[in-house]
Design a protein around this ligand. Structure first.
Ligand code: A3P
Length: 334
């Protein structure tokens, strides 16, 4: 890890930077491998330009839907689900559904990597409402207009052990690390992971969702796996487009779940090869199961994560969810 003194921080705020100064500002940030430390979070350096620009320029609309997730918690899956729910009336013929020919990351683009990574400010006003966007941004780094408008935010989290194991495979498969499994684990435990510390990402949205349940919905990967139809209905209600009884009778919820399932998406040609946002598409669909961490983490590593998350989530109401998922699946698999 190399640490540099940010030369700008003493005299210039980020929102005062001209586009030409962004690069100097970014290279002045402390770094760890491919990450840059920015306002308490480890942001992938390739996202930094987009993060700065979208913080400064993005104007939320009241009807926007923002998907904000830490990496490796099931973002791709949730993108498919949200897209299918929100656009279901235009895609009644499932044989022609856009998900059959587009990776979910194309249908629900990353704001920072897709739109705001250029020097010019993009014009997103032409997008039909409701606009469906995503980013991995922690709550504290959201553009002010997102926090203050009535737009909806959907957040997803996952038990930290599976999140870490998924992250490890992703980094390896995409050539983003030469570190050992143990070294990457130690960094994760120190909070040094993409858009981490992971616990702060989860905790910040969780706390905000308790205060603003109409604005922020926090979902858990394991819950989505356990009770998918219940959660699909919950998501649709939160987004103010609930399934009608006619839609339910016609089996639309099950249709969407099947379309977005790991087994279905994973086998589509569009998700088997190529790249999206510089990620190997196939690396987004690895196993899609709960509890795979038992095959990778030693009992000591598992305990270390338990201890960290017990401490970080103490008194928040979140500990029991996280630990429940870990313990339940450990017993289940043993
Ligand atoms: P694993 O590596 O544990 O298999 P993200 O989309 O945030 O990068 O998260 C990737 C994780 O979500 C991977 O987990 C991937 O297999 C899993 N995933 C992708 N699509 C899924 C789906 N349709 N259903 C369930 N899990 C899915």
């Amino acid at each position: 890890m190399s640490t540099l003194d940010p030369p700008f921080s003493d005299h210039l705020q980020e929102d005062e930077l001209t586009p030409d100064q962004n690069g100097d500002f970014i290279s002045s940030l402390p770094t760890a491998g491919f990450l840059s430390q920015y306002r308490g979070f480890w942001i992938t350096t390739r996202s930094m330009q987009g993060v700065l620009s979208l913080q400064k320029h993005f104007q939320a609309q009241e009807t926007d839907i923002q998907m904000m997730t830490p990496p490796k918690v099931g973002t791709t899956w949730l993108k498919a689900i949200l897209f299918a729910i929100v656009n279901r009336k235009h895609n009644l013929d499932l044989q022609k559904h856009p998900l059959l020919t587009n990776n979910p990351h194309i249908l629900v683009p990353y704001l920072d990597l897709h739109f705001y990574n250029q020097k010019e400010v993009p014009d997103l006003t032409f997008f039909p409402s409701p606009r469906l966007f995503s980013a991995h941004l922690p709550y504290t780094l959201l553009p002010t207009s997102v926090k203050h408008s009535t737009c909806k935010i959907v957040h997803l989290y996952r038990n930290p052990k599976d999140t870490f194991v998924s992250l490890w495979h992703f980094l390896k498969n995409n050539g983003r690390t030469t570190d050992s499994f143990e070294g990457t684990f130690d960094e994760f435990c120190q909070g040094v992971s993409s858009f981490g510390p992971y616990w702060d990402h989860v905790l910040n949205y969780w706390k905000e969702s308790l205060e603003k349940p109409q604005k922020i919905l926090c979902l858990r990967y394991e819950e989505l796996k356990e009770q998918p139809s219940t959660h699909l209905k919950k998501i649709a209600e939160f987004l103010e487009c609930p399934f009608s009884s006619e839609e339910e009778t016609k089996g639309m919820i099950n249709d969407i779940l099947r379309l977005c399932s790991f087994d279905y998406l994973n086998k589509l040609e569009v998700n088997k090869s190529g790249t999206t946002h510089n990620m190997k598409t196939e690396s987004l669909f690895r196993l899609g199961e709960v509890g795979d961490w038992v095959n990778y983490l030693t009992p000591q590593m598992s305990k270390k994560l338990d201890d960290i998350f017990k401490e970080k989530f103490h008194g928040t109401g979140l500990t029991c969810y996280i630990l429940f998922a870990c313990l339940y699946y450990c017993q289940y698999l043993c």
